[in-house]
Design a protein around this ligand. Structure first.
Ligand code: ATP
Length: 240
């Protein structure tokens, strides 16, 4: 049913050896939402995303996507189900051209006409990528590589896009551009977004809801607007 969340984590735990990085995460994302996870360094934000994709294996709890248990699904099968991650540090292919990098995102698709259409759509969203389509990915600036990583994920036609620190290391103006495009992808293409960010201000400004993570636990969950105006959040995460 449509009332069922697109993604649901129930009491998810994760360990790195004896270190418990996630201590029972409860989190849900409804279709159409932008949800942001904020928190300090080491709070477990990246681990949460990696656990959703089964890159880090959950040690306990339940994980469902479209109502289906995905705890055992291999990370490389998830894009075919519409669940795509843009990892921290982008991980584009430096020797492949921009166009080839984009095509890698669609490697499993056989609808070549659709792929071509989606490539043109990515070029509309990111004109800079179109200009540089024949250039090796490794020669792009940091912001352009982030655009390419998002564009590549879009080539899989995601229903749910997981973004890990898209603002990392980028100039404020570039961050603003990228977040505007993420908003467009959500509003016009109907892609649901789960975003991890240290930049709490921009992450909450664009989100519908937010979760605050501290040392592997959700300590607060609310409408993004409410978190933005919460004095404790402002003090701890918004530099006041
Ligand atoms: P950051 O913004 O700094 O990436 P984060 O909130 O994303 O922080 P995680 O990277 O998820 O945090 O880390 C959560 C905890 O797990 C930290 O204590 C970290 O030291 C630990 N951790 C992360 N990756 C590993 C690993 N590969 N091996 C051991 N411990 C790890």
């Amino acid at each position: 049913t449509s009332a069922e969340p697109l993604l649901q984590l129930t009491d998810i735990t994760a360990h790195y050896g004896r270190i418990q990085a996630l201590k029972g995460i409860n989190l849900s994302v409804a279709a159409g939402e932008i949800v942001s996870i904020i928190g300090a360094n080491g709070a477990g934000k990246s681990t949460t995303l990696m656990t959703i994709c089964n890159i880090v294996k959950a040690s306990g709890g339940a994980l469902t996507y479209q109502g289906e248990d995905i705890r055992g699904v291999n990370a490389d099968k998830l894009p075919m189900m519409g669940l795509c991650q843009v990892p921290e540090g982008r991980r584009i292919f430096p020797r492949l051209t921009v166009a080839e990098n984009l095509d890698m995102g669609a490697f499993f698709r056989r609808d070549h006409g659709g792929v071509r259409k989606d490539r043109n759509h990515v070029y509309e969203l990111f004109p800079r990528l179109k200009e540089r389509r024949s250039q090796p990915g490794g020669t792009l600036s940091g912001g352009e590589q982030q655009m390419l990583a998002i564009g590549r994920a879009l080539m899989a036609r995601p229903k749910l896009l997981l973004l890990d620190e898209p603002s990392l290391g980028l100039a404020p103006l570039v961050v603003k551009q990228i977040f505007e495009i993420v908003k467009t992808i959500n509003e016009e293409d109907g892609v649901t977004i789960l975003l991890v960010e240290q930049n709490a201000n921009i992450a909450l400004k664009m989100a519908n809801r937010g979760y605050v993570l501290e040392t592997g636990s959700v300590v607060l969950e609310d409408k993004a607007e409410a978190l933005l105006h919460n004095p404790e959040i402002r003090k701890a995460y918004l530099g006041e």
